[in-house]
Write a protein that binds this ligand. Structure first.
Ligand code: PLP
Length: 392
């Protein structure tokens, strides 16, 4: 497998065939596993081999196939699959942190990630410092000798800021801090997170890995040592493991993820370029537009601009609502990475919990909409968007 290209790995890595020689991977819909003898049970509880399972919360053959396949794609030694993206984020933090530790995090985060860092960790004595992720001086000032972890989301939701991961990782490593990256927007296809210095790469598999909006899942990718010695014990004992059925969906999703993400990113770039300068828009944000403030970093650390575009519509919330309501192909929802195009108004939905000031700080205006570009025909999508923008 070492010399296989990503697209070959995505289809074949991690496959485990049963004695029936099934072509498509089997769903091992079982929570328990049978031992031949009492001695075998005892031995497996002391140490279980790669094809020996105990209980589905600890591991399952279908889940193991998904873990091996995503690790092969991400370029890490191992991975642990979780029940949702948030179980992965929570696990990547809690498996390593203890009272007295210090974390530095970018401020522009997915709402639930912010909740863990802002509300939960401080209750257990973990100190968290937030910085503007795009400002290296703020990272430099915040990372201390006793900082244990750096957490960031790049590309950030929904303003699509890109953080200079390589430079932040260098600052963190100089102090011996772990680098954890929530990498959903960069996708496993376009990611170079490990190459750039991430120790742990976290995904909500709910997004591009499923890619068809069917089920929740998540995954943490990293070295075997970190995954099996820290992440697995935390997650298997606290109950964040992925179900075999959902693992199977994610596993099959990986077979097509490269084709889907490339097609979606190609359409996203085409739409972003076509809508830039549209009279109804204040701004079009997309990491691979030359006008993007971190265009240089984006092209260095991702092999494409991703599948999400944000647009600031002139006329604020009223105008944004009119555009959303006028769309015929693009649907109003809040998932992303789906094969169906989805549009979201962050101020009134995903980022409603924030105050007006917090939103202003993150650049989330009342006119901002986030478009997750799907697999539909690019010209159809563009026509739908232009027609909706004409309404205002
Ligand atoms: C969706 C998302 C999550 C949470 O994932 P779930 O699967 O919904 O739990 C975390 N981080 C980012 C960046 C996301 O987009």
């Amino acid at each position: 497998m070492e010399d296989w290209a990503p697209r070959t790995r995505n289809v074949h890595a991690g496959t485990r065939r049963s004695q029936y020689g099934e072509m498509s991977e089997a769903i091992f819909m079982t929570q328990g596993f049978v031992y031949e003898t009492a001695e075998q049970a005892e031995a497996r509880f002391i140490e279980s081999g790669p094809d020996e399972f105990i209980y589905a919360r600890y591991g399952n053959p279908t889940v193991a196939m998904f873990e091996e396949r995503i690790a092969a794609l991400e370029g890490t030694e191992d991975a642990f699959a979780t029940a949702s993206g948030m179980a992965a984020v929570n696990g990547s933090l809690c498996a390593f942190l203890k009272a007295g530790d210090h974390v530095v995090s970018s401020r522009a985060l997915f709402g639930s990630c912010l909740y863990i860092l802002e509300e939960i960790l401080p209750r257990f004595g973990v100190e968290v410092t937030f910085v503007d992720g795009t400002d290296l001086d703020q990272w430099r000032g915040a990372i201390r000798d006793d900082t244990t972890m750096v957490f960031l989301e790049t590309v950030a939701n929904p303003t699509l800021e890109v953080i200079d991961l390589k430079s932040v990782a260098e600052l963190a490593k100089a102090k011996g801090a772990l680098v954890v990256v929530d990498n959903v927007f960069a996708t496993p296809v376009f990611s170079k997170a490990v190459e750039l210095g991430a120790d742990l790469v976290v995904y909500s598999a709910t997004k591009h890995i499923d890619g068809q909006g069917r089920c929740l899942g998540g995954v943490i990718c990293g070295t075997r040592e970190m995954i099996r010695k820290k992440i697995e014990p935390y997650l298997k004992h606290t109950g964040g493991s992925l179900s075999p059925f959902n693992a199977w969906i994610m596993l099959k999703g990986l077979e097509t993820i490269d084709l889907r993400c490339r097609a979606q990113a190609e359409t996203a770039l085409k739409i972003a370029q076509a809508l830039e300068g549209h009279p109804a828009l204040n701004a079009v944000l997309y990491p691979y537009l030359t006008s993007h403030p971190q265009y240089g970093i984006a092209t260095e650390q991702m092999s494409a601009g991703g599948t999400v575009i944000s647009m600031d519509i002139k006329g604020g919330q009223d105008a944004a609502f009119k555009v959303l309501n006028a769309l015929e192909i693009v649907t109003i929802s809040n998932n992303l990475g789906d094969s169906k195009s989805i549009i979201t108004h962050p101020t009134t939905t995903t980022h409603q919990r924030l105050t007006e000031e917090q939103r202003a700080e993150l650049g989330i205006t009342r006119g901002l909409v986030r478009l997750s570009v799907g697999l539909e025909d690019a010209d159809d999508l563009l026509a739908d968007l232009k027609r909706a923008l004409d309404v205002i």
